[in-house]
Design a protein around this ligand. Structure first.
Ligand code: GLC
Ligand code: MG
Length: 612
């Protein structure tokens, strides 16, 4: 080849290279522009969610839901009769308070046979029918499972007392120590105080040892350091999974494992504190250092989760899940999700922060802080959940204010993750009045006096559901119900709220319907205080309507400026609002200045966010 032509061909090659680069760059720019334009318009591809990740989960307190046979006590057939209410409300899954055989010292949290239905609630056949009917309606059924303790009437305990075979080590037994002041007496091996009053150790005169009970003396603690017990409980769960249940709510997990004894059989005393209190974190005058939130607790849960995952894998079908109960600080609570190294715990570790950290004097920023608190600590890839009430705490409407009910319901439904409703919250039920004479909760009876029992009693949130304005609120045809029906049932009941054009129940339905929108299942969250008392929550997702909650958590009207709200363009349209709001559905908001009545909430719909 000549030198010249070599140069020429070099030039040609360069020219081709340059034009290819230019063309490619132009292509990239054009493509980028198209992508940018399209991506503004077209919604992103969304991860499909498993059934539970965005569900409305409802707690049925079986004893108080619906009595089908007129004995004054709710039962399984009652639940089956009223599944339509759940369907109507937009509920996707329920967990039933304990239904197994029990002497009912702690209303089913003292189980005497884990494989039988308690006679007051029905039979195994009733249970099978209930599960089948619920499933045919697309409703999941989860059971309350109590792995920390059984009833002292359970055969396991009776056999443990007599040291029969493997049962000898099913519970926590200790010799105690001689009493220097009384030769015929033994002293308990530590100062541990029961959550339900008195020592956590109870002497058994047959076995001649103390047994441990964190709750009543009728609830002996299982020895969960014994792998045989852990497996036995797993076997019980398998039995119910085979009956078709969709999962479990695991009770009282922070109490699973206690500190071990030293070589002499002495257990470490819990530290004394100067002020007496009975809270989830302190019992009497001691801190529960050696009896609660022990790190040894978590591997037990993780082992059960491995079993559940394996069951899911082997049996296919919809995922069966764990809900877990644990009142604990944020780090100990988050460990119920699992570990950084990939162990898994509960799918839904209950978030009690709206019960334990927020009151009716909290400001908007307190609400925002508590929401961020959970979301900040939640491990990556996990699902949030929000609890506003249950059978152990005063009802939401009573802890807060009647005017706040709709705002609280909207918060529950518009926050990301699982929305949890305690039976009756959907109609704004308040605590029932239960006199000292009618009081049956063991906690109130043990700790309370006629003057103080209401500080402890868990009966008020457990009074029967208000179905209608007929006698006993339509709950039962019995002359007397197990707990009295709330005095306000004639004005506050489901039938009336379904008839009334404006009611808590109608708001609830609007909110559960709204949850079908992708903005709520997949959208991003912004939350904060617009003022001292007005909370805002914005959910936004490219290509989908923006949804905004405004909620005045204060006791007085509050005027706010909407331009401070991120991502909301005016005019916005009211999707739903508090029952006492003057702004009804479809109302258009044009003005930046808005005055909200005390407790008023508005759910606003705005156009999709187009620019971030
Ligand atoms: C859980 C239950 C509560 C019960 C306790 C002991 O906290 O929710 O009702 O008394 O465990 O089982
Ligand atoms: Mg225990």
């Amino acid at each position: 080849m000549h030198a010249e032509s070599a140069v020429n061909s070099g030039r040609t090659a360069r020219a081709v290279a340059v034009s290819v680069t230019v063309m490619a760059s132009l292509g990239l720019i054009a493509g980028g522009v198209t992508w940018a334009v399209l991506s503004r318009l077209s919604p992103p591809e969304l991860r499909p969610l498993d059934w539970w990740e965005h569900c409305v989960l409802y707690q049925i307190h079986v004893r108080s839901y619906k009595d089908s046979d007129g004995d004054g006590i709710g039962d399984l057939n009652g639940v089956a009769m009223r599944l339509d209410h759940l369907k109507d409300a937009g509920v996707k899954a329920v967990w039933l308070s304990p239904i197994f055989s029990s002497p009912q010292v702690d209303f089913g949290y003292d189980i005497s046979d884990y494989l039988e239905i308690h006679y007051e609630y029905g039979t195994m056949a009733d249970f099978d029918r209930l599960v089948a009917k619920a499933h045919s309606m697309g409703i999941k059924i989860l059971l309350d499972f109590v792995p920390n303790h059984s009833s002292s009437e359970h055969q396991y305990f009776k056999d443990s007392v007599k040291r029969v075979g493997e049962y000898a080590d099913y519970y926590v037994w200790a010799d105690g120590f001689p009493d220097p002041s009384n030769a015929s007496n033994r002293l308990p091996p530590s100062n541990w105080e029961s959550l339900f009053g008195g020592s956590m150790w109870e002497w058994n005169n047959v076995r001649k040892q103390f047994y441990l009970h964190q709750f009543t003396t009728g609830q002996p603690e299982f020895n969960l350091r014994n792998p045989v017990v852990v497996k036995k409980l797993e076997g019980i769960m398998k039995f119910w999974l085979d009956q078709g249940v969709d999962g479990f709510r695991l009770d009282a997990l922070p109490h699973l494992v206690e500190a071990p004894p030293d070589a002499t059989g002495r257990y470490p005393d819990n530290p004394e504190v100067p002020v007496k209190a009975f809270t989830h974190f302190q019992t009497g005058t001691t801190m529960q250092l050696y009896t609660k939130d022990r790190i040894e607790t978590y591997p037990v849960l993780y082992e059960w989760r491995d079993f559940l995952d394996q069951y899911n894998e082997e049996h296919g079908g919809d995922t069966r899940i764990f809900l877990s109960e644990g009142y604990a600080n944020i780090s100990m609570t988050m460990l119920y999700y699992g570990t950084e190294s990939g162990r898994r715990g509960a799918h839904v570790p209950f978030n009690f922060d709206f019960i334990t950290m927020i009151t009716n004097t909290s400001a908007a920023r307190d609400f925002a802080y508590v929401i961020d608190h959970w979301l900040t600590y939640m491990p990556f890839g996990m699902t949030a959940n929000w609890v506003f009430g249950n059978h152990d705490n005063n009802r939401m409407a009573s802890r807060f204010r009647d005017t706040m009910v709709d705002g609280l319901l909207a918060l529950d439904m518009m926050l990301p993750g699982v929305a949890i409703t305690y039976q009756g919250e959907e109609i704004g039920m308040r605590d029932g009045y239960v006199s000292w004479e009618d009081t049956v909760d063991v906690l109130a009876c043990n700790r309370g006096t006629p003057d103080t029992y209401l500080e402890f009693s868990r009966d008020p949130p457990r009074t029967p559901f208000h179905w209608d304005d007929s006698p006993n609120a339509g709950f039962s045809s019995a002359p007397k119900t197990w707990l009295p029906v709330g005095l306000d049932y004639r004005e506050l009941n489901l039938a009336k709220q379904k008839r009334d054009p404006i009611s808590h129940f109608k708001v609830y339905q609007k909110l559960t319907t709204l949850r079908n929108e992708k903005t709520l299942s997949h959208g991003r969250l912004e939350v904060g205080g617009l003022s001292l008392n007005t909370l805002y929550l914005v959910r936004h997702l490219r290509g989908h309507d923006t949804l905004v909650l405004l909620f005045n958590v204060g006791k007085a009207p509050d005027t706010v400026r909407l331009e401070r709200l991120p991502y909301l363009a005016l005019p916005a349209t009211v999707y739903t609002s508090s029952t006492h709001s003057m702004r009804r559905e479809g109302y258009r908001i044009y003005s930046q200045e808005l005055t909200l009545a005390d407790g008023e909430m508005l759910v606003l719909r705005g156009p999709p966010v187009t620019c971030y």
